[in-house]
Design a protein around this ligand. Structure first.
Ligand code: HEC
Ligand SMILES: [Cu+2]
Length: 260
């Protein structure tokens, strides 16, 4: 008996519906039976700007990751084995991704929203965190780590706060903290995304176009207000132009002179 077109269409439609049901069935099975945490996009939670680990109990943590060009904050996190970690991910610039290598955790960091998933850590080990969404020239530098240690070790180590350690105590550095200059520049001589400020004033700078310039007041002012006018050799032209008043720039330059 020949099938009419409508009958055939109905059957194809029924099969398609059956597959969709099967998909939801498997998802329900994964969540309820295998306790797989499905990533969730939380549109009602306001994106945050600060990466931090918040302890709700000795075995329950809330982890706020902030993705940015080109790092994750916090860069190093330690939790005790056996804990449940609610991971929230937010970005302050472009779209990034976050994979916790060795687990099922795979989230997107999309501007304007927060993505969420829950992970349970049973055994002590170190998990690398990497970005899986190409986000610019520094993409392959986006790496962090999450350490799971046994409970005794965890109690013995006080929680690391690398961002606080990197933030200088000198009150004159307030403008640099406020404008997040330290997310790319250090004071200790170690280059990051940008060159370190250590010993910068008065030094000869090699520029990307092959020329050289002395890092005097004029150069510093221009470097701060118009970062793309002169690009230091070996660095990407990624510094955002900050909004600063003349006095603020003077204050920053005066401070930079003290970083010997
Ligand atoms: C997103 C990263 C980023 C941020 C944020 C940033 N910079 Fe930069 N900065 C760079 C990079 C990369 C360079 C080198 C390339 C260039 O010269 O443009 C640089 C260069 C400089 C230079 C010239 C340094 C040298 O060695 O000759 C100065 C001065 C400077 N930045 C000051 C600041 C100040 C002050 C702030 C905060 C208001 C700031 N930067 C914020 C990335 C950044
Ligand atoms: Cu990224």
């Amino acid at each position: 008996m020949a099938m009419t077109i409508t009958q055939l269409e109905k059957r194809i439609f029924a099969v398609a519906v059956a597959f969709v049901m099967l998909l939801f069935g498997f998802a329900a099975l994964a969540v309820n039976v295998f306790h797989v945490g499905l990533p969730t996009c939380l549109t009602s939670v306001k994106p945050f700007q600060k990466g931090e680990l918040i302890a709700h109990s000795p075995t329950h943590y809330e982890l706020h990751y902030v993705a940015r060009m080109w790092k994750f904050e916090p860069e190093e996190v330690t939790v005790p084995a056996g804990s449940i970690v609610d991971v929230y991910l937010s970005t302050i610039d472009v779209t990034h991704g976050l994979i916790l290598v060795g687990t099922d955790l795979n989230l997107m960091a999309v501007p304007g929203v927060v993505n969420y998933a829950r992970v349970k850590f049973d055994q002590p080990r170190v998990y690398p965190v990497i970005c899986h969404e190409y986000c610019g020239t520094g993409h392959d530098r986006m790496a962090a780590s999450l350490r799971v240690v046994d409970a005794a070790t965890f109690r013995a180590t006080k929680p690391a706060t690398p961002s606080a350690a990197a933030t200088p105590a000198d009150p004159r550095s307030r403008l640099l903290i406020k404008n997040e200059c330290f997310s790319c520049h250090s004071l200790n001589g170690v280059d990051d995304i940008g060159p370190s400020f250590k010993g910068l004033y008065g030094r000869t700078r090699k520029l990307a176009d092959g020329s050289t310039v002395i890092a005097d007041d004029v150069y510093l002012r221009e470097s701060i207000l118009h970062p793309d006018a002169k690009v230091v050799e070996g660095f990407d032209d990624v510094m955002p132009a900050p909004t600063l008043t003349d006095e603020e720039v003077n204050e920053i330059i005066a401070y930079l002179k003290t970083i010997k």
